[in-house]
Every structure is written in structure tokens, then in C-alpha cells.
Design a binder for this molecule. Structure first.
Ligand SMILES: *[C@@H]1O[C@H](CO)[C@@H](O)[C@H](O)[C@H]1NC(C)=O
Ligand SMILES: *[C@@H]1O[C@H](CO)[C@@H](O)[C@H](O)[C@H]1NC(C)=O
Ligand SMILES: *[C@@H]1O[C@H](CO)[C@@H](O)[C@H](O)[C@H]1NC(C)=O
Ligand SMILES: [Mn+2]
Length: 593
């Protein structure tokens, strides 16, 4: 490719990327560390392909330039080094020219940490990162007499150089008179270099800033929520920032946060994260967005409320339903409203709990666009490989304490029984007492005033697997994706077989969306042929069915029944036909319907 064409391809990629990204932040669901829902993975995958493409072209251009000058200098051609791990995500875009020994070392470190420690160890601890803020941010003037801040860094088996870089960036990019201390909370890491290596670094920093760093080490692993609480307990500044340790703060990150809290001590804040790629450690800017969640309590990005867009100033703070995990608050105010829920285990849910509690008990939550933090998105995480178990437990706990008559939406989202899910959520009496003591508002207020985009699911009457009495090991399934033909298939009870009934007589197949701006896929009788189809519930017709537990499923317009029939190949097929009296049952009934 000639250079000019290449650059135009690069430009087009960047534009497509931006467009996709804008769709993505509306629908995306991750906290930077949390798992994506399948529908978001699709967009994410597309984004990644384009991102890779852009990076490859950029690397090609760079390599060619480098090669040229190399050849001019030495007048020789370098011998190609064998790539030992062509399939490892670490070496997709990075690692050219490393010796076999170096590749082995890099691979080992990557397996241990989930990001490129080999490269991190070779980059300057005080590397500069691009200023990715909106241009208006640089023009803002903040008061001189801001409250001081304690910064808490939480970690579990983090690489030493990554923690050093976090510390260095905080010291270099926070005005010295505002930085009270940095508290390192170690949730029982086992890696050796964090022991003596970190202490040496602390001594080095203390020559320049005596007493700046404090270490809190857990004697056993206590999980994210408790680690954050330990940091809060150790802090003495007026404001506390609780951050991950795989971050670098950007220029002027603290001032906009401190100014906001000086103006109103009841606001809990989040900076905007930029993404640091786990392989090249390059910084990819993210646009500001609100932090929110679905009914499974997975985090996701969300648009701000309409008022924020009316302001037409992307540097202004925007109200947010919750935080993704990183949080900044008045230290005493955070204490008054109960810091974090100590009853949360391992990972997940604690950030949503905080968001709901702050809003219901007298405060509010904002995302501050002029405060930016670069955050490494790991390829894999240090806490348990399957996070859904602790996630379900913590989500049920949040529901029980805070969600009143809406609490069973969490059961619906995780396909648990409506009552008696049998999962131990720990003791919630203390947290319920706290809610009473603080005179917190009902959850309905939160849904109406803070997060009206969340669908209340009040019309759902049944959910789970939908089975025909004739073949109880077969379940209705959304069928091959993409596609719109539901099938019957051996029951496995995962997402594709999750069905939902609502009061209108609609039947969603293959999942339910948490947000009003998304629509579900409804079972439809097109009126001709014998094949049932799935269609957007907002666009279809013949989507209402007469069905209650243990009866036939009859289309209210065509009067045909949804039934199963055995084909010549002896497999069962899902068909629409004249009713023969087949009966269906759905796994969980919300109440008698
Ligand atoms: C990093 O630190 C070194 C040594 O103190 C210094 O010479 C250099 O200018 C610093 N680089 C940046 C980007 O601040
Ligand atoms: C920081 O804030 C604390 C708590 O208000 C105060 O006691 C202390 O004097 C402040 N420290 C500095 C260095 O300003
Ligand atoms: C639904 O079916 C039941 C019997 O199965 C019948 O009594 C009822 O009238 C039907 N309702 C509608 C709206 O078709
Ligand atoms: Mn993180």
C-alpha cells in the first residue's frame, strides 16, 4: 500500500471507530473490569477489530520508516526473530524484534498479571501520557483553597512497576499542598516483588516526601468492598479518592473533583477513565458518560440526562445513577452514609449499592469530565475466574436492602426463582437499620427521578425455561444467531432459552432487556406457513398469546397454537398449527397468572 492511501484508510478507520464507539458507550455495560453482556460483546468485537486495524496500519507505517532508517544506517537487513506465541493476545500487536528469551519472559509475566509487565518494567515510571481532556478543561480556573485529598490505591497481585507508576503520577500531577497522603491497600497479594521492592520504593519516595505513603495489608483476602473500607479507615484527608492501582492520573485530575466537593460535600464523584491497552500500554481516550447498571447489576455506560446535553458543554459534570468502582467523596460524608457495605464479598455490586444509597440518603453522584484517569483494562482478572457467583450473591444483597417491591427484578435478571432462591446473602439487618436511620427515600423515587431509563418490568408475569408437557427435556430456544426462528432444543437453561411473559400476552424469547431504550424479541405468528418467528416487540403484529401456566399457547389473532411436532428425521420442531391441546409450562411464575 502506498503511504497516502494507507493514511486515508487510517482516517476512515478512525471515523468508523468513533461512530461505533458512540453507539457503544450508550449500550456498553462494562465497568472497566467487569464482564460484558453478549449483545455488547458484538459491538465490542467490532470495535476491537477496527482498533486492531488502525494499530496495525500505524505500526506498519512506523516499521517501514524505522526499517528505512535502519537500512540507511547499517546498510544491512535484520534477521527475523521467530515468533514463539503467535496466538497469544499479548503478541498480536506487540513484541516485534524480541529475542526468544524475552518473548518467554514477557509471556510469563502476562499470564501472571493480565497486562504487559515486561513493557511496563521498561517504560519510564514517570512517562507522560497525552492530555485527552476537552479543550475547555485547560481553560478552567479552580479556587486556591481547595480541601486536601487522601488517595487510596487498592490492589491484589499488581505488578510493582504498575503501582510505582500510579504513585509517581499522583505525586507529580497533584498540587503538593492538596495531596495529603497515598494509602496502599494490599488485599493479601502473594507476588514477591511487592514485598521488599515496594518498601524500597516507599523509602525512596519518603526521601522526597516524608510520610506520604502508608501501607495497609490484609492478613487474608477480604474482597474489594472491604479493601476500600480499610483504605477509608486509614485516611485522614478531607476528601478521599479510592482508585485501582493499575492507573495513571492525568494532569489536573484532582482540582475539578475537589472544587465540586468544596461546593457541595454530598456529591460522590467519578473521574472519566481512559483505556490503557493491556498489550501496548497506549492510552485510548474515552468520552464522558454516566455510569449505570442493568438488573443483573452489571455496570455499563449510559447517556447523561437530557439536561446535560442541553448545556452543550462537554466539560461540565453530569449526574450519574452510580459509579463504576473508582470514587471520590468527602471523607466524613462518606462515613455518615455508611462508606460501603461490609457484607459484600469478593467482587461486584458494591459500586451499585453505593450509587443507590448516595441518591436515596441525601446525596448525589456525578461524573466529572475534566478529571481523567488512565486505567488498564486487563486481559484477565486476579479475583476468581468466574465472577458470576459472587456477583449474584452481592446483587441479591443490594436488592434485599434497597429495592423494595422491585427487588425480584434481580431474580428475574439472573433467572432465579421468584421466592426462596436459596442463596446465602449474609446478614442484612445492620444495613437495613442504616437505611432507616438515614431516612432514605424509597427505591421507586430512584427509578422515577434518577434512573428513569431502567425498565421497571412491572408487567412480567413469568420467566425462565418454557417447556411442552410432551417433551420435558426440550426447551424453547431463540435458535441460531443472527436469525429469527425459534426452535426447541435440549434444556440447558442459559440465556438463549430464557423466556418471559408479560401481562399483554407477549412472550420474549432469548433474553430480556433492562432498559426502556432497548426492545425485546417477541414470539410472532406471521399468519402464514407453520414456522413461528421472532421480531422486535415494538414493530411486530400477531404477538399476543393466550397462555397461563399449564395451558395451550394460543395466538389471540390467528387462533393458531404454538406446538411441537416430530419431523421425519425424528427431531422435534416448533410449529404453529391448529390447536391439538398441547400444554406448556414456564419455569418461574411471578404469581398466579
Ligand atoms: C522523569 O524523571 C527524570 C529523572 O528524574 C527526568 O529527567 C525526566 O525529565 C522526567 N520525565 C518526565 C516526562 O517528567
Ligand atoms: C488537610 O485536611 C485536614 C482535615 O481537615 C486538616 O486537618 C489538615 O490540616 C489539612 N492538611 C493540610 C496539609 O492542609
Ligand atoms: C384464553 O383462553 C381461555 C381458555 O383457554 C378462554 O377462556 C379465554 O376466553 C381466552 N381469552 C382470550 C382473550 O382469548
Ligand atoms: Mn480496574
Amino acid at each position: 500500500m502506498r503511504r497516502v492511501t494507507r493514511i486515508s484508510v487510517l482516517l476512515i478507520c478512525v471515523i468508523v471507530y468513533t461512530l461505533l464507539y458512540m453507539t457503544f458507550i450508550r449500550h456498553q455495560e462494562s465497568d472497566k473490569d467487569k464482564i460484558q453482556r453478549p449483545e455488547d460483546l458484538e459491538v465490542l468485537k467490532r470495535l476491537e477489530v477496527i482498533e486492531d486495524h488502525v494499530k496495525k496500519i500505524a505500526i506498519e507505517i512506523r516499521n517501514e520508516e524505522a526499517k528505512k532508517s535502519d537500512l540507511l544506517e547499517k546498510n544491512v537487513i535484520k534477521v527475523e526473530v521467530k515468533k514463539l506465541y503467535p496466538d497469544s493476545p499479548l503478541f498480536r500487536l506487540w513484541g516485534d524484534g524480541l529475542s526468544e528469551e524475552e518473548q518467554k519472559e514477557a509471556k510469563k509475566l502476562f499470564q501472571d498479571y493480565g497486562y504487559n509487565v515486561f513493557l511496563s518494567n521498561r517504560l519510564p515510571i514517570n512517562r507522560s501520557i497525552p492530555d485527552t481532556r476537552h479543550q475547555k478543561c485547560a481553560e478552567k480556573i479552580y479556587p486556591k483553597d481547595l480541601p486536601n485529598i487522601s488517595v487510596v490505591l487498592i490492589y491484589l497481585n499488581e505488578a510493582l512497576s504498575i503501582i510505582q507508576r500510579a504513585i509517581r503520577s499522583i505525586i507529580d500531577r497533584t498540587p503538593p499542598h492538596l495531596l495529603k497522603e497515598i494509602i496502599l491497600v494490599d488485599d493479601y497479594s502473594s507476588n514477591a516483588d511487592l514485598k521488599s521492592g515496594l518498601d524500597e520504593y516507599i523509602n525512596l519516595i519518603h526521601k522526597e516526601k516524608p510520610g506520604m505513603l502508608k501501607k495497609v495489608r490484609h492478613k487474608r483476602q477480604m474482597g474489594l468492598a472491604k479493601a476500600r473500607i480499610s483504605g477509608w479507615e486509614a485516611a485522614t484527608g478531607q476528601v478521599i479518592a479510592i482508585l485501582d492501582a493499575h492507573i495513571e492520573v492525568h494532569k489536573q485530575w484532582a482540582e475539578p473533583l475537589l472544587a465540586r466537593i468544596k461546593a457541595d460535600r454530598t456529591i460522590v464523584l467519578s473521574p472519566v477513565f481512559d483505556k490503557v491497552l493491556f498489550d501496548t500500554l497506549e492510552v485510548l481516550p474515552y468520552q464522558p458518560a454516566a455510569h449505570a447498571f442493568d438488573w443483573a447489576l452489571w455496570c455499563m455506560y449510559e447517556s447523561f440526562r437530557p439536561e446535560w446535553y442541553t448545556l452543550n458543554d462537554p466539560s461540565e459534570p453530569g449526574k450519574s445513577p452510580s459509579v463504576m468502582g473508582i470514587l471520590v467523596a468527602d471523607r466524613q460524608f462518606l462515613g455518615e452514609i455508611g462508606v460501603l457495605d461490609e457484607g459484600m464479598t469478593i467482587y461486584g455490586g458494591e459500586n451499585v449499592e453505593l450509587g443507590i444509597r448516595v441518591w436515596l440518603c441525601g446525596g448525589s453522584v456525578e461524573v466529572v469530565p475534566c478529571s481523567k484517569i488512565a486505567h488498564i483494562e486487563r486481559a484477565h482478572k486476579p479475583y476468581s475466574p468466574d465472577l458470576s457467583k459472587p456477583m449474584i450473591r452481592n446483587a441479591l444483597r443490594v436488592a434485599e436492602i434497597w429495592m423494595d417491591e422491585y427487588k425480584s427484578n434481580v431474580n428475574i435478571a439472573w433467572n432465579l426463582p421468584f421466592k426462596d432462591h436459596g442463596i446465602d446473602i449474609g446478614d442484612v439487618t445492620e444495613r437495613k437499620k442504616l437505611r432507616e436511620k438515614l431516612h432514605c427515600k424509597p427505591f421507586k423515587w430512584y427509578l422515577e427521578n434518577v434512573y428513569p431509563l431502567l425498565d421497571t418490568w412491572e408487567d412480567i408475569t413469568g420467566y425462565g425455561a418454557l417447556k411442552n408437557d410432551l417433551q420435558k427435556d426440550l426447551c424453547i430456544d431463540q435458535g441460531p444467531v443472527p436469525g429469527s426462528v425459534p426452535i426447541v432444543y435440549g434444556c440447558h437453561y442459559y440465556g438463549p432459552q430464557n423466556c418471559y411473559l408479560n401481562r399483554n400476552g407477549e412472550i420474549y424469547i432469548g433474553g430480556i432487556k433492562s432498559h426502556k431504550y432497548n426492545s425485546n424479541r417477541c414470539l410472532m405468528d406471521s399468519g402464514s406457513g407453520s414456522t413461528p418467528t421472532l421480531n422486535d416487540c415494538k414493530n411486530g403484529f400477531n404477538m399476543q398469546w393466550n397462555f397461563s401456566q399449564g395451558t395451550s399457547i394460543i395466538n389471540k389473532n390467528t387462533n393458531r397454537c404454538l406446538e411441537i411436532a416430530q419431523g421425519e428425521d425424528s427431531y422435534y420442531y416448533l410449529v404453529l398449527q391448529k390447536c391439538t391441546g398441547q400444554k406448556w409450562r414456564i419455569q418461574h411464575a411471578v404469581k398466579e397468572f
